[in-house]
Design a protein around this ligand. Structure first.
Ligand SMILES: Cc1cc2nc3c(=O)[nH]c(=O)nc-3n(C[C@H](O)[C@H](O)[C@H](O)COP(=O)(O)O)c2cc1C
Length: 287
C-alpha cells in the first residue's frame, strides 16, 4: 500500500449514502485483515466483524459522539481479548484497515463507544472477545464529501455543518520536541539529516484522526530515540486516548518503515529525562 498517499487522502466522512459496498471489496478487506494487517502486540487475539445497516439499532445508544450514531451501510468491529494493550493494539490495527478501505475508495469514520457488553448483547455476539474499536464505512454523501466535522466547542459538535470546515491539525513543529519538551531548536537540522524521510513520517503522524481531533500526544526526540508522549486531556477518556495512540503509531510506522525497515515500538518505557508532569511516555522507538 502507498501509505503516504492513503494517509493524505483519508478524511472522516460524517454522512454516508445508502449504497452498499460490493461483497468483493469486503472480501478483500477480510483477506487483508487475515494476511497483511500489521499487529502492534501480536499475541493479543483479535477478530474482525463486518456488520451491515441492520446493526444500527443495536449500536445506536452505545456509539458515536454524544451517542449520536452515524448512519452507515456498514460497520467494522474489531474485537480483542482483554489485555492492558488491547485498545492501543486495536487503534493500530483498525487504522491500518481504515487506510486499506481508503485504498479501495471507500469512506470511513471512527466511532467512539461506551459499553462493549451492551453492544455484544444487542448484537447477540457470542465471542468471548470484547469490542475494542468501531469504524463506520461506505460511500460519503457527495455534497458532504468536502466537509470535515465542525467542532465548534467540545459540547457543540455540528455534524450537519453546511459550510466547508477544515479541522486544523497539529503541524509537525507542534508535534515534535527536541531533547526536552517544548524545545524546537535543532528540529529542522535533524529533519534535514534524515533527508526528509523522518519529516514525512512525522507529517503522516500529524494527519492522524483522533477523538474530537484533540491529538493529545507529541513526540520527544532524544539522541536516536523517539518517544511517543501522551498528554493529559480533559475531553478524552482512557479508551479513546489509547485508540488515538495506536492510530498515530500506525501512521508514523507505516511511513517510517519504508526507509527504516520494520519499526519496533517498546510500550510503556521508562520516562525520558526531564519529562514534565502531566505527560506519560507511551512508547519508544530506537532508530
Ligand atoms: C477514537 C476516535 C473516536 C471517534 N469518534 C467519532 C464519533 O463518535 N463520531 C464522529 O463523527 N467522529 C468520530 N471520530 C472522528 C474524529 O472526529 C476525526 O478523526 C477528527 O475530527 C479529525 O478529522 P479527520 O478524521 O477528517 O482527519 C473519532 C475519531 C477517533 C480517532
Amino acid at each position: 500500500m502507498n501509505y503516504s498517499a492513503m494517509i493524505q487522502n483519508r478524511r472522516s466522512v460524517h454522512a454516508f449514502r445508502e449504497k452498499e459496498v460490493p461483497s468483493e471489496a469486503i472480501g478483500q478487506l477480510r483477506s487483508y485483515y487475515e494476511k497483511t494487517c500489521p499487529r502492534l502486540v501480536p499475541e493479543i487475539a483479535t477478530e474482525l466483524i463486518v456488520l451491515d445497516k441492520d446493526a444500527q439499532p443495536a449500536l445506536e445508544s452505545s456509539a458515536g459522539y454524544n451517542q449520536f450514531l452515524i448512519g452507515a451501510p456498514h460497520y467494522l468491529l474489531l474485537m480483542s481479548a482483554p489485555h492492558s494493550y488491547a485498545a492501543i493494539n486495536a487503534g493500530y490495527m483498525m487504522e491500518d484497515l481504515v487506510l486499506k478501505l481508503t485504498e479501495l475508495d471507500i469512506d470511513t469514520c471512527w466511532m467512539t463507544f461506551t459499553d462493549s457488553d451492551k453492544i455484544k448483547k444487542a448484537l447477540s455476539l457470542a465471542t468471548p472477545l470484547e469490542v475494542a474499536a468501531i469504524v463506520a464505512f461506505g460511500y460519503g454523501e457527495k455534497t458532504a464529501k468536502k466537509l470535515r466535522l465542525n467542532i465548534l466547542s467540545m459540547s457543540q459538535i455540528d455534524v450537519r455543518a453546511e459550510q466547508q470546515y477544515y479541522a486544523p491539525k497539529k503541524g509537525v513543529h507542534d508535534l515534535v520536541h527536541m531533547g526536552s519538551w517544548s524545545n524546537k531548536s535543532g528540529l529542522d537540522e535533524m529533519m534535514d539529516f534524515y533527508d526528509d524521510m523522518l519529516w514525512q513520517s512525522f507529517y503522516a503522524a500529524s494527519l492522524s484522526p483522533s477523538y474530537l481531533n484533540r491529538q493529545p500526544y507529541g513526540f520527544l526526540v532524544q539522541d536516536h530515540s523517539i518517544y511517543l508522549v501522551q498528554q493529559e486531556d480533559a475531553y478524552t477518556d482512557n479508551l479513546d486516548a489509547a485508540l488515538d495512540l495506536g492510530i498515530v503509531m500506525l501512521h508514523f510506522s507505516a511511513v517510517a518503515s519504508k526507509w527504516a525497515g520494520q519499526v519496533r515500538w517498546e510500550l510503556s518505557p521508562a520516562a525520558p529525562d526531564g519529562l514534565p508532569e502531566g505527560l506519560r511516555s507511551a512508547a519508544v522507538y530506537h532508530m
